[in-house]
Design a protein around this ligand. Structure first.
Ligand SMILES: Cc1cc2nc3c(=O)[nH]c(=O)nc-3n(C[C@H](O)[C@H](O)[C@H](O)COP(=O)(O)OP(=O)(O)OC[C@H]3O[C@@H](n4cnc5c(N)ncnc54)[C@H](O)[C@@H]3O)c2cc1C
Length: 445
């Protein structure tokens, strides 16, 4: 198939772009992968410090319920390196009213499988918890094409008080405004449970989860996936190559070079994709540019274990949405996954929404001292600044996406976290799906 065919041009070397290139390779389709920076992996960034810590700047694990990332990991020979969050330290706190409460046992995401344990836990007031559990009696909304926000969905099914509990758990990965976040784009599974079982709680309880871990990572950190794919790509991969314009027959690079291709798959975030379309696909540029992004900052703090009065053998904490503080969540990375910190040390990731990184650092240290009793300064710190980098998926997102697709010719595609799911499995699936479509349309010189 490849001889004489123009390559498919893949713009962006994050997980979506790497997955697209991998899929094209599997199909014997020629490709060129263009990455603006000097490294592959995009937001997947793992750092190994000189003093023996493994630091994740963004993703630290991926969900197994959507099989695409695990499948790709197997294809690139990473199966032996797959690890899972530790069961022996699987303890989570919920910060509410300034108190650290044990997260209720036996939950499936935010859905309690044990009513009594949920009522006892104190994560909601007694009235709030009873209303929450009464979700089983709330009639399903008639099927409609209309989208709704996460906040509207939670309020109508679980009661308003439930917002403060569910939002940090459900919307965390989107760092989203729950009043803007699209149910249809972000949580179609809950809408499906409502329609099929008449209740999210009843549906969650009726659908038995496959036994085994829910999340996975890699011994060498998440960047191992990007590296393993990259190591196995035999096609052309160009780093330090910024695409300036997408054209109907290829792309224009920043250095003025024109590259011809049979198709183009743009996998960069919407904010950097929109300008590429301005010159030749104005309508698409406007629609892509209208996609909103939220921001987050992750502060990473390293300590000696003896700086804490307790043993810090827990996965972390989530913060009630009404707490009125900047802090959103803490992951005790050293306890959540093996191999993230040297023996006798604690590695924390402290999450905030849009916040000046300097201020976030001060806040992180203050909160770690207040909540966990940390003594003294951290050994070192770093800030992963993701302001403006988290896709927002506003209500109506799927219809908007249809319009974007309709505004582009079939050989020009957009794919990745800005469009069909921010988690790594969704990015892998999006990249591979776009590649399959592109491989089917290869044109010959
Ligand atoms: C703080 C944080 C925590 C997260 N945690 C998790 C998690 O635990 N689990 C999970 O599954 N997901 C997580 N995610 C989401 C996930 O990491 C991302 O959605 C995913 O990595 C995005 O991949 P992508 O390839 O679509 O885009 P990106 O990773 O953004 O890659 C796009 C690439 O395009 C390149 N590029 C940009 N402009 C151009 C241009 N003009 N020309 C050429 N190249 C260009 C960029 O340099 C970049 O390499 C997290 C995200 C963040 C920010």
């Amino acid at each position: 198939m490849s001889s004489g065919a123009l390559p498919v041009i893949v713009v962006g070397g994050g997980i979506t772009g790497l997955s697209a290139a991998w899929e094209l390779q599997q199909r014997g389709a020629p490709y060129v992968l263009l990455e603006a920076s000097d490294r592959l992996g995009g937001k997947v960034q793992t750092e190994h410090t000189d003093d023996g810590f493994l630091v994740e700047h963004a993703a630290d694990a991926f969900i197994l319920g959507k099989p695409y990332a695990a499948q790709l990991a197997r294809e690139v020979g990473l199966e032996p390196d797959i690890i899972h969050p530790r069961e022996d330290t699987k303890r989570l706190y919920f910060l509410k009213g300034g108190q650290l409460i044990d997260f209720p046992q036996n939950m499936k995401m935010f859905v309690p499988l044990d009513d009594e344990a949920f009522l006892r836990s104190g994560v909601l007031s007694p009235e709030g918890a009873r209303r929450f559990l009464d979700e089983v009696n709330v009639p399903a909304k008639p099927t409609t094409d209309e989208d709704e926000s996460l906040a509207a969905f939670i309020t109508r099914r679980f009661g308003e008080a439930a917002l403060n509990f569910i939002v940090p758990l459900a919307a965390g990965i989107y760092v989203a405004n729950p009043f803007e976040l699209s149910m249809k784009a972000a949580f179609p599974q809950f809408l499906a449970l409502e329609q099929k079982y008449g209740s999210v709680i009843l549906g969650s309880r009726a659908t038995v989860r496959a036994p085994g871990p829910v999340f996975a990572s890699f011994q060498g950190g998440m960047a191992a996936l990007a590296q393993a794919i990259a190591d196995r790509l035999t096609g052309e991969v160009r780093l330090n190559t910024r695409v300036q314009q997408v054209q109907s027959d290829g792309v224009l690079l920043e250095d003025g070079q024109h590259l011809r291709g049979s198709g183009v798959i743009v996998t960069t975030p919407a904010g950097s994709a929109a300008p590429m379309f301005e010159q030749h696909f104005g309508r698409a540029a406007g629609l892509i540019g209208a996609l909103k992004a939220n921001g987050s900052v992750a502060v990473v703090l390293a300590y000696r274990a003896d700086q804490f009065p307790g043993d810090m053998q827990l996965h972390g904490l989530q913060v009630d949405a009404s707490e009125g503080i900047h802090l959103k969540a803490v992951t005790v990375h050293s306890a959540k996954l093996h191999g993230r910190a040297p023996e006798g040390h604690v590695l924390l990731r402290v999450f905030f929404k849009d916040l000046d990184p300097g201020f976030a650092l001060e806040e992180a240290q203050r909160e770690v001292q207040r909540l966990f009793g940390a003594q003294g300064e951290p050994l070192w710190h770093l800030c992963a600044d993701w302001r403006g980098k988290n896709p927002a998926y506003q209500v109506g997102h799927l219809e908007h996406l249809q319009q974007i697709r309709a505004s582009l010719p079939a050989n020009i595609q957009v794919a990745g976290a800005s469009y069909t799911g921010v988690g790594l499995p969704d990015c892998v699936n999006a990249g591979r799906g776009a590649a399959q479509a592109a491989a089917g349309q290869l044109s010959v010189v």
